[in-house]
Design a protein around this ligand. Structure first.
Ligand code: NAP
Ligand code: MN
Length: 282
């Protein structure tokens, strides 16, 4: 690298605006302070307003919060996750790797890795609509009784569901709640949504497919609850309670989430193995 190139890169850092989001844990606060100092020393601008890069310090849950904080700016923001515990699915760095993170950001040329997100459109009896985006999944349950809802996939009336509820997850969300529900783990380059049942009632009268289904990008998933009372809709780490829902439409959103591409962005299969299986024993 020539001296001129080094100067160019350093000048670029001073233009790069970085926001750091952390949770309230003491460890995250410590990591936040260290990281802030290291970034400032290297000429980065730290600001929560219109950042180019958002760094979350905590776990995957913290990255979910960072995503929702900046979900209106997805096209211009790239995310980086620092994990204060074990390595997560949205986090490329551990808390002792801050120097490596700063070095990678100094060499950053704007390269990104992008993943699909979920768009949930809820229509109410009075015609109002509400649109919510999810990075992991959206689940719907009826507040205190069995949920009954028609499931429509690509305009085909698929089944009448009875049970606790239904989860619709993104590919990166497939390793979260979806996996606990018995859903498949989906590689995040597959642009598809996964519909997974939550404790469906199956007997001689009531019938659902039973297995989760993976729906391609072009197909819309619709849910029509048969009752108008309260339903709980959980989107990532937020929970909403809605009445008088006529219809819920699920599709892959027009926007994607972008992560800073770096040598630390390890392979998806490595992450799945390390999180759920650990070392292979003979
Ligand atoms: P939480 O209760 O602290 O998180 C539950 C666990 O899910 C944490 O270990 C979290 O990792 C992990 N996680 C989050 N996103 C993941 C992903 N994409 N792949 C693999 N694991 C993931 O709550 P939270 O941290 O705010 O996370 C909210 C998420 O929890 C929801 O989106 C839902 O997927 C999940 N959840 C799971 C169940 C279940 O499995 N029965 C029930 C409710 C919600 P960190 O420790 O790194 O944060
Ligand atoms: Mn968490």
């Amino acid at each position: 690298m020539t001296v001129w190139e080094i100067v160019m890169i350093q000048m670029k850092n001073t233009d790069k605006k970085i926001a750091i989001i952390r949770n309230r844990k003491r460890q995250s606060e410590q990591v936040y302070q260290d990281l802030k100092q290291k970034l400032k020393q290297n000429g980065f601008i730290l600001t929560p307003k219109n950042p180019d890069i958002v760094i979350s310090v905590g776990g995957d849950g913290m990255l979910l919060s960072a995503f929702h904080m900046y979900e209106e700016q997805l096209d211009r923001v790239r995310f980086v996750g620092v994990h204060t515990g074990h390595l997560g699915f949205y986090t490329d760095y551990r808390d002792f790797e801050l120097d490596k993170l700063v070095e990678n950001l100094k060499l950053d040329t704007g390269a990104q890795v992008s993943y699909p997100i979920l768009n949930v459109k809820i229509t109410f009896e009075n015609g109002d609509t509400r649109t919510i985006r999810a990075l992991n999944e959206a689940t719907i349950k009826r507040s205190d009784r069995t949920m009954v809802a028609d499931v429509i996939i690509n305009r085909v009336h698929f089944e009448r569901f009875r049970g606790d509820g239904i989860s619709v997850s993104t590919p990166t969300g497939s390793t979260a709640y979806n996996k606990s529900l018995g859903g498949a783990v989906l590689h995040p380059t597959i642009e598809a949504l996964q519909v997974t049942e939550i404790a469906s009632l199956n007997n001689r009268v009531y019938r659902t497919l039973g297995s989760s289904v993976i729906v391609p990008k072009k197909d819309k998933i619709e849910l029509v609850p048969t009752r108008s009372d309260y339903h709980t809709i959980a989107v990532d780490n937020q929970t909403f309670s809605f009445k008088n829902i006529v219809r819920i439409e699920y599709q892959i959103d027009n926007h994607k989430i972008h992560f800073v591409a770096s040598p630390s962005h390890t392979s998806f299969w490595n992450r799945v193995r390390d999180s759920f299986i650990g070392e292979c024993k003979e």
